[in-house]
Write a protein that binds this ligand. Structure first.
Ligand SMILES: Cc1cc2nc3c(=O)[nH]c(=O)nc-3n(C[C@H](O)[C@H](O)[C@H](O)COP(=O)(O)OP(=O)(O)OC[C@H]3O[C@@H](n4cnc5c(N)ncnc54)[C@H](O)[C@@H]3O)c2cc1C
Length: 354
């Protein structure tokens, strides 16, 4: 079967953090449509991943907001321009083609042909923290899953859930009511970061023998051969007293949080300084014409890693892209307050017009 044709577009924004989202808005005002790709399964970058409910006090004209509220507002602001989101996939490759456009490839095998690229990759793509157990990576996607459950029917299976946060506990609670062989929640400490109601539910399920809670760390595993394949059969757990326990396990679901990894951005041949992309401050262009970098991923004299600085960068980068996307067009600065054309693009009424 031949690979699907690349998605052709004027702009690809890599990263759906606050700066990537505002980049979409600024491109939209200049009539440049964008596809947005993020490794996370949701938009918001650090704001959602690291501090969703903490207050932010330094967004201009917004005395106080939270990571979650800011991202929701940015999504609403960008909505009139109908960005197409591709979430849960990392941009793995980026290369210029003979016709001057860029070919991008994602971890899920999607490809894009774009006239311009905006790298808003922040501190890198957020990746699950993986188990550090020799050889266990070979089970990934089959018996070992990070931040999710397999779609298959798990009836009768022994499942070990690893982690101590709300997501890990909720996963174990959901599984405990589904008639599995056994469900064990395993955490390295005896304190879980979860709400009182979820903790009470866990206690009740443990008392009813529908799930178990163990304290310890996985240090090894056993496999058995099933249909010619090597499949997980047990995990070796070292408890706080360094005693070894062997727990039956057909599936291992791991929730150990996410950490950013700069990853492929460093492999695209762009000029970098201290793991950040060097840009000019007129257009926030990288060393490769047509590729711009905005937000925490870039560096220039005086750079401050603040959302407000990233927002400013988006404006100039969008204007920098017009000459590439619409080489024949002379683009003038228009105010959103007064421009009928911008009102049309934003889908709002122009004051005084019927
Ligand atoms: C605890 C904390 C509090 C903060 N408080 C404030 C504050 O009060 N005010 C303020 O201005 N700033 C604050 N910041 C900083 C602010 O969060 C960052 O400046 C901002 O998030 C940068 O936005 P960004 O869009 O550039 O990058 P990010 O928010 O990091 O988003 C980048 C996105 O790109 C994705 N990505 C990266 N590489 C790839 C790839 N190859 N393929 C696909 N996707 C990729 C990532 O998954 C991520 O979602 C705070 C930061 C932290 C950690």
């Amino acid at each position: 079967m031949s690979a699907p044709a690349p998605i052709e577009t004027d702009a690809v924004v890599i990263g759906a953090g606050p700066v990537g989202l505002f980049q979409v808005f600024q491109l939209g005002l200049l009539e440049i449509k964008a596809h947005v790709i993020d490794a996370l399964p949701y938009a918001g970058g650090q704001c959602i991943e690291l501090y969703p409910d903490k207050p932010i006090y330094d967004i201009p004209a917004v005395p106080a907001t939270t990571g979650r509220e800011l991202v929701a507002s940015l999504m609403r602001q960008a909505a009139p321009f109908e960005p197409v989101f591709h979430l849960g996939e990392e941009v793995a490759s980026l290369a210029r083609q003979a016709d001057g456009r860029f070919l991008l490839g994602t971890s899920r095998g999607k490809t894009f042909l774009s006239k311009t690229v905006f790298i808003a990759a922040g501190v890198g793509a957020f990746q699950p923290r993986r188990l550090r157990v020799d050889g266990i990576a070979t089970l990934e996607g089959r018996d070992l899953f990070y931040h999710g459950s397999p779609a298959e029917d798990l009836t009768g299976r022994d499942v070990v859930v690893v982690g101590g946060d709300e997501a890990a506990l909720q996963c174990a609670l959901d599984l405990a009511s589904r008639g599995l062989g056994s469900v064990t929640l395993l955490h390295r400490r005896d304190v879980l970061q979860a709400g009182a109601a979820a903790l009470a539910e866990m206690q009740a399920l443990c008392e009813a023998g529908q799930m178990a809670f163990r304290v310890g760390q996985i240090i090894g595993f056993d496999t058995r051969v099933e249909a010619g394949e090597s499949r997980l059969s047990a995990v070796h757990v070292s408890d706080v007293d360094a005693q070894l326990h062997v727990l039956p396990a057909d599936r291992l679901l791991v929730f150990q949080g996410l950490s950013p990894r700069l990853g492929p951005v460093a492999d695209w041949g762009l000029a970098m300084a201290r793991k950040q992309l060097e840009v000019d401050t007129e257009r926030f262009a990288t060393s490769e014409p047509g590729i711009f970098a905005v937000g925490d991923i870039n560096t220039y004299p005086g750079k401050k890693k603040l959302i407000v600085c990233g927002f400013h960068e988006c404006v100039l980068a969008a204007f920098g892209a017009v000459a590439i996307v619409f080489p024949e067009r002379r683009t003038l600065l228009q105010y959103t307050t007064t421009s009928p054309r911008l009102h049309q693009l934003l889908g709002v009424a122009t004051p005084g017009k019927a």
